[in-house]
Design a protein around this ligand. Structure first.
Ligand code: AMP
Length: 189
C-alpha cells in the first residue's frame, strides 16, 4: 500500500491533480475539506460543530479533524493507497497521520508540495469562483484561508523536510506538466 500527501495552498490545483492521480494510480482520495463540506451540507452533529469555523476560513481544531480522518481510514481497510488532500495542515496532524500509518503497518511514501505563490493562488481562485459556487471562497474568507496556509500549514513542510521526505513540485504552468512532475516523484520510488 502506497500513500501520498499532497500539499498546496487553497487554489493551488490540488483538486485537479488529485483527480488525475486517482485515475492513474487508484488511490482512495481523502480530502478533509470535502468531508467537512459533506458534514455541513448534511447538517450532521460534526457539521454543526465546524460550520462556523469553516465559514470564517479558519482551521478546524486538530482533535476534531484527526478523529474524522481516523474514521475515514477505518472505513477503507482494503485501500490500495490513500491520497491525502488538505491533510495534514498542522504538525500534530502530521504526527497523528504517521502514527495511524504505523498502526496499519504502513507509511506515508510520498509527500509532494505544490510550490505556488500567494498571487498565483489568488488569480486561480478568482477564476474558479466564476465556475464553482463555493460559499467559502468569498474574499474575506479566502484571505483567511490563504493566511492559514502561509502561517500554519507551511510549518508542516519542515517536519517532512527534516526527515528527507519532502518533494517540491513547481505549481505554476500547465496542468499536465505539473501532473507529470508529480508522477515522476511517485514512479521514482
Ligand atoms: P479545503 O477545501 O481543503 O481548503 O478545506 C476547507 C476548510 O475545511 C478549511 O478552510 C478548514 O476550515 C477545514 N479543513 C479542511 N481540512 C482541514 C485540516 N486538515 N485541518 C483543519 N481544518 C481543515
Amino acid at each position: 500500500m502506497k500513500n501520498l500527501v499532497l500539499f498546496g495552498p487553497p487554489g493551488a490545483g490540488k483538486g485537479t491533480q488529485s483527480e488525475k492521480l486517482i485515475q492513474k494510480y487508484g488511490f482512495v482520495h481523502i480530502s478533509t475539506g470535502d468531508l467537512f463540506r459533506w458534514h455541513t451540507k448534511n447538517d450532521t452533529p460534526l457539521g454543526k460543530r465546524v460550520k462556523e469555523i469553516m465559514n470564517s476560513g479558519a482551521l478546524v481544531p486538530d482533535e476534531i479533524t484527526i478523529a474524522m480522518l481516523k474514521e475515514e481510514l477505518d472505513k477503507n481497510p482494503n485501500a490500495k493507497g490513500f491520497l491525502f488532500d488538505g491533510f495534514p495542515r498542522t504538525v500534530p496532524q502530521a504526527e497523528a497521520l504517521d502514527q495511524f500509518m504505523k498502526e496499519n503497518h504502513s507509511a506515508i511514501h510520498y509527500v509532494v508540495a505544490l510550490n505556488v505563490t500567494e498571487q498565483e493562488v489568488r488569480t486561480r481562485i478568482a477564476k474558479r469562483r466564476t465556475t464553482e459556487n463555493r460559499a467559502d471562497d468569498e474574499d474575506e474568507k479566502l484571505t483567511k484561508r490563504i493566511a492559514e496556509y502561509f502561517t500554519k500549514t507551511i510549518h508542516v513542510l519542515p517536519f517532512y523536510e527534516k526527515q528527507n521526505r519532502l518533494n517540491t513540485v513547481e505549481g505554476f504552468g500547465a496542468v499536465d506538466t505539473i501532473f507529470n512532475d508529480i508522477c515522476k516523484v511517485i514512479d521514482q520510488k
